[in-house]
Design a protein around this ligand. Structure first.
Ligand code: NDP
Length: 340
């Protein structure tokens, strides 16, 4: 059973060498007698930024919200899998499922309320790592449950990724003017010409984020959907309109630092009466079927598009995961592990 192993807790920027591929684990292709677990064959694995938090040494990250991976063991994350054997009354051999699984060929899983049986197979299976999985639900609840935009001026950072590309498209459906930032000319082109953003810019080419934002929002930003935190969030504070809203979804610029950068413009929160709301998708899984009802037709009718970046084979997983933190991925980063 090939596995991706975390060698030790990580400090600083995640490197491929922090993980290794092991063939040492053996797995019986049967669920132990009397267990209600399921044995799955992993087909697609999802690279998600939160996985970096799980690599921190818990002793050195007091107050961390996440339970770290165990060094020397296979890492875990969201994935799409096929049931090979089942002790669970509602699942049988051959069923397709998504949820947390191991970064390995086969995993023995305990079914939780955050695991889902895949019922709709007329869309690509890999979509259940992205647009129809955790990142899709994140974009959906972030837009429709948390910031509830109506025709306003919206700025989205890390706009070309798994979450951001959907946030922009959802906000457009609500009649908003949407501008995104991303880290390459290719991504900027996708934002403008594929995802329908009004405009986009490459933040890596800007020395002065506040000045760049002023160009796109001369009258200010009504809603900022934050995926990056740090300097961009600080610059946004200067460009917000009175009573503007900031939805803090993620702060990927900070995850390898283990702390948040110093801010200079926090007093804007007072003067501009800014409402800042953080949210966690974990609180919204009860909306999953409502979300599917809303998003599946949009996919089928071509009213929403989704770009994926697929790495081939479990052994390419570590590099794909590291790529999230240097912007290598163009769209949702998926790892293809095996055919059904
Ligand atoms: P992406 O698919 O967008 O991949 C990560 C991207 O982040 C990279 O491609 C890179 O794009 C960008 N990035 C990396 N480092 C930096 C940096 N220092 N500054 C700015 N951008 C950077 O990731 P997701 O869409 O999966 O996740 C987006 C955000 O949403 C993350 O912050 C994540 O933690 C958060 N999230 C929050 C959830 C919640 O429940 N609150 C749930 C799921 C995700 P580029 O080329 O543009 O630099």
């Amino acid at each position: 059973n090939k596995q991706v192993i975390l060698k030790d807790y990580v400090t600083g920027l995640l490197q491929e060498s922090d993980m290794c591929i092991s063939n040492e684990n053996t797995v019986k292709l049967k669920v132990p007698e009397g267990s209600n677990g399921i044995l799955v064959k992993n087909l697609y694995l999802s690279c998600d930024p939160f996985m970096r938090h799980l690599m921190n040494n818990p002793q050195k990250s007091p107050g961390s919200f996440f339970q770290s991976f165990k060094p020397g063991s296979a890492i875990t994350g969201y994935g799409v899998s096929k049931v090979v054997d089942s002790g669970h009354p509602n699942l049988k051999k051959g069923d397709l499922v998504w949820g947390i699984t191991g970064w390995e060929e086969y995993s023995l899983l305990t079914w939780t309320e955050n695991h889902f049986k895949i019922e709709h197979l007329d869309v690509p299976l890999s979509y259940y790592t992205g647009i129809l999985g955790m990142p899709g639900l994140t974009a959906y609840v972030g837009v429709f449950e948390v910031c509830k935009p109506k025709g306003e001026k919206v700025f989205v950072s890390d706009a070309c990724g798994a979450v951001g590309q959907l946030v922009g498209q959802f906000a457009k459906m609500m009649g908003c003017y949407v501008v995104g930032s991303a880290g390459s000319a290719e991504k900027v082109d996708l934002l403008k010409n594929k995802f329908g953003f009004e405009d986009a810019f490459n933040y890596k080419k800007e020395d002065d984020f506040a000045g760049a934002l002023k160009r796109y929002f001369p009258e200010g930003i009504d809603i900022y959907f934050d995926n990056v935190g740090g300097k961009m969030l600080d610059a946004v504070l200067l460009n917000m309109r009175i009573n503007g809203r900031i939805v803090v979804c993620g702060m990927i610029s900070q995850y390898n630092r283990g702390k948040t950068d110093g801010f200079h413009n926090l007093m804007s929160i007072i003067y501009k009466r800014i409402h800042i709301t953080g949210f966690m998708v974990d609180d919204y899984y009860h909306l999953y079927s409502k979300f599917l009802d809303a998003v599946l037709p949009l996919i089928r009718e071509g009213k929403i598009v989704y770009v994926e970046d697929t790495a081939e084979g479990l052994a390419s997983g570590p590099a794909a995961l590291v790529g999230l933190f240097n912007g290598r991925n163009v769209g949702k980063q998926v790892v293809f592990v095996a055919h059904e």
